[in-house]
Design a protein around this ligand. Sequence first.
Ligand code: RAM
Length: 484
Amino acid sequence: MNKKFLSKAKQLKPQLTQTLVEIDAKKTSLNEGDSAVFDFGNHYVGSLTVQLTSAGSPQDAPALIKFKFCEIAKELDEDTSTYNGWISKSWLQEELIHVDTLPCVLKLKRRYAFRYVKIQAVGLSSKFSIVINNLTAETVTSAPESIELCGSTERESKIDKIALRTLSECMQYEFEDGPKRDKRLWLGDLRLQALTNYFTFKHNDLVKRCLYLFAGTCGKDGELSQAVFTKPKVVGDDAYMFDYSLLFIPVLQEYYEATGDRQTAEELLPIALKQLTLANANFENNVIKDSDRLGWCFLDWNLALNKQCGAQGVYIYCAKYAVKLMSALGKDTTAIENDIALKTKGAIAHFYDKEKGVFVSGKDRQVSYAANIWMCLAGVLSAAENAKVLDKVKCAENAVGLVTPYAYHYYVQALIDCGKITEARKVINNYWGAMADDGADTFYEMFDPNNPDFSAYGAKAVNSYCHAWSCTPSYFLRKYLTEN
Ligand code: RAM
């Protein structure tokens, strides 16, 4: 723990703006077994207060009431009693509450992410019913209010609106990955949130706070955790991912570019560079070693994906950001540039399949979008060659596809980098547009257009439907796709 860094992070803790959103429940009356759904009309993050009374005879038994909070309408019908996913069912936003005395003002103290609230009278006596008078959500965010929408068509403006809401809902005391789950600061997610933030909310101190939270919690050897917990006290996760640790470098470089805050850049540069040194231990003859360990490197939630080639791409990509940052700070970059040249050579020799015209990964020489995207982003070939690579992947048989907006972000960026602007726009309109067509108020954690029920967790009841890493259309539209 670096106390100095953590005290900086503490000083930057933002105020949350609270807003009350009320629904008149029109005296909805429920007998035992009945339920009612209340629609707040948009996605919110906050707590809930419900005003309840009883009707009929005097209340001769406690009322046992179930609350279910849903981000999207489809979740309302999800049977969670049979949940068998591999992450905890405690993430399901459900409460079973006894109310001994009616009338009462029932405040549910937890913070939820929701648009819909389903209230079910699970246990009452036959002599009385419960009556719901009013629901109030006390919503919270640290995002500054209202940003002008951007987009060259109505559809794009709609995508922008949803993306902005996604980001602002995830802006709390930190940049959270998602307000339903895991409600915490993740490094890979932070990168995309920060990037979009510079073009939208410009809450740059929140990025700074998050940089110091990571820097203040790095392990003894200097490795940055994949995520940081801030409650009950600040602590780094005891898990590390190859790509996430490295992505601290672009986060820092882009922060410096956006703010000119040289002091922070100088102070955190050694930690950023340390990630390269540590990552280097995974290479042999300038080719990254493959690993079977689940979660050693993220890239995407497609569980079939081999990460070897993509990981090397991430390394080179991040090393180039280190060069950019060091050059801006007037430091000598020779050693890193030499390293990049060697790793680039290694990448082409080991992963590039000349015949197929694509990069392949792992001992089975897997062709995947993710591996090729990262090799393009790393720029191991020229932009013109990258354009061909991306075309080839599309035609490749059984190329492993992408299942998260996180991975789709990097796809769009790769397309833009090799000049395929029209195609990049198309991907945004099709992929994020499909979620908009699905009725999204905020964009999802995972979304596979070919398999709407997809969940990497083995059950979609725990999927998050407001996930910040999906907010980047607001970045792309402003930076590349809309004329001022
Ligand atoms: C999910 C988290 C987060 C992401 C990790 C890899 O569990 O919600 O968004 O960074 O996966």
